[in-house]
Structures are given as C-alpha cells and as structure tokens.
Design a protein around this ligand. Structure first.
Ligand SMILES: Nc1ncnc2c1ncn2[C@@H]1O[C@H](COP(=O)(O)OP(=O)(O)OP(=O)(O)O)[C@@H](O)[C@H]1O
Ligand SMILES: [Mg+2]
Length: 99
C-alpha cells in the first residue's frame, strides 16, 4: 500500500545459535507515531540495526518506502534519520564539551 512507510515481515535474526529476533511482523503507515518498546534484551536495537541495513536478517524481510532495507540501504538512507540513544564514543567526550 502507498501509505505503508515501514513493513516488517517475519523478521528473524540469529547471532550464531542465539535467536535475538523471532517472527517480527508489523506495519507503520504514513502519519503514525510508533512506540517500539520492550524490556532490556528484547531485541529493540537489533531490530533497528536491521532496519538501518547494518545487520542482515537471518530470515524474513523489511521495507522502508517500499524498498528493501538490506538491498536498498543507500537509497533509503537519503530519506531517513536515526538518533541513537546507546552510542558510545569516547569517555572524555561529554555533551557539554564544545572544543
Ligand atoms: N552482536 C551481537 N552478538 C550476539 N548477541 C547479541 C548481539 N547484539 C545483541 N545481542 C543479543 O541479542 C539480544 C537482544 O539485544 P538488543 O540489544 O537488541 O536488545 P534491546 O531491546 O535493544 O535491549 P536494551 O533495552 O538493553 O537496549 C540480547 O540478548 C543481546 O545480548
Ligand atoms: Mg537497545
């Protein structure tokens, strides 16, 4: 559908034998605000990294703007932004540092 911004279809991610994501299916339509919540280790960051084309799905697929998140990552990245909350840079770099 044209208004489907994000579709996730039976997405699965394994790290070796460990199954981090199992059978994730969801659709987000144009204009929706979507809260993606879950306890620590639930797989939120793994899902987002897969949607950003950083991790390759073990099974299943996902599309953003109708494009495949793995195959078409460069084209998708021209139209999306991501602000990570869990990025770790350097221990001496703080939000207050302007130099
Ligand atoms: N690169 C990796 N290799 C092996 N296991 C991983 C890797 N990344 C994540 N995991 C495991 O996958 C599971 C899901 O982790 P993930 O970081 O996606 O959870 P999360 O929902 O973002 O948790 P949090 O709320 O703590 O940020 C966890 O058990 C984690 O240890
Ligand atoms: Mg996380």
């Amino acid at each position: 559908m044209m208004s489907d911004i994000l579709t996730v279809d039976h997405l699965e991610k394994k790290f070796g034998k460990f199954q981090a994501l199992k059978n994730i299916t969801m659709t987000i339509h144009a204009g929706e605000v979507f809260g993606f919540i879950g306890p620590n280790g639930a797989g939120k960051s793994t899902t987002i990294r897969t949607l950003l084309g950083i991790l390759r799905p073990t099974k299943g697929s996902a599309q953003i703007f109708g494009m495949d998140v793995w195959q078409d990552a460069v084209a998708i990245h021209k139209r999306i932004a991501y602000v990570p909350g869990d990025v770790y840079l350097w221990p001496n770099l703080t939000g207050g540092r302007g130099d």
